[in-house]
Design a protein around this ligand. Sequence first.
Ligand SMILES: [Zn+2]
Length: 389
Amino acid sequence: MQRQNARVDNFPDLANSISNSKNAEAKLTTYWISWDKVLTPKKNGGLGAISLRAANLALLGKWLWRLKSDVSSLWARLVLSIHSSSRVWKFFPVRMGITGVWKNIVSVSNDLNLCNINFMELCKKQLGAGNGTFFWYEDWTGSGILKDIFPDLFQLESRKMCLIRDRYQMNGGSLEWVWEWKRMTLSMAEKIELSCCKLILQSVNISNVKDSWRWLGDNSGNFAVGSLRRMWEEFSFPELAYKHFWNNWVPIKVNFLGWRAVLNRLPSKRGLANRGVHMTSTTCVLCDADEESETHLFLQCTWVKEIWASIALWCELDLSGIDSMEQILAITHALLQSNAQKKAVNTIILATICFIWKARNDAIFNNKRVSTRLVVEEVKSNTFLWVKK
Ligand SMILES: [Zn+2]
């Protein structure tokens, strides 16, 4: 419990303090991808690294879920004995005057509210015999909280903290609602509310199992830390303009290379020069003609165009008019083939980008020149291996 108290609200500050503690050389580090893009979920076009803040909130949220779903455990009974009140019902009981771990954990639901995540609405009561559900305070009918719908009846109730089990009895196999009003005679308004209340109660199914909770944030109905974390991340890091298709047939480093190439975040000669790195020459080593930017290196270079011509012939693709990395990676959208065939084409394109990059690195760092024919063969053989795997 003590460890749960260690919140990471100020994670950027933590990251800064780490980087500041390094020597001055660290200040010269070139950052290629913004931290937000790294943390943006893959679904929204980012790298999908886990946000520590989101993971921390979700782990703390698990204690809220446990309080509801495991109410008979010793720690839950201890928390309830300290924080619950016999006069006021709260979904997550907390006495604000008592500082400590539990107060911090309950405040997580407020943090989540800021991200449009209503923790209480994600906890759905599964009604059984009604032994663990407050009749007036909880939404167990699906129509809303009865004390809010029928305020006059609630005023008339003599035991406001009664459970559902206190308000019915089984009479010869049929369900009968029983009431404990403060007075015997009901006003006209109260009678109307009671009729409406009975209408709602007609559709309620009481069984002899225990009341339980269902987590609406996950299809399984069970609380999962990952489901809450993903909700927070998807809200906090909205969709990027470019949504990369993370192809699981392809090694992660190749996916990552393609993603960086689209974002112009590879250490091409132009990219390095833009970031203040002194370059003796920014000329493309493959064609020795133009400046080496990502677009030139992967698409416009005369040497590379030969490779794409062979790939286009092999896959029967029309690559005319393609002049950006985003376009070439999105070319599968226009294909009329099955999803598996589209994924295979995407695999070939990523492999081509990968082996062009390898040929360029071999030429610069190993002084090794390869033919375009060899690059195409490498693309074909590796694509075959990746798809087969
Ligand atoms: Zn070139």
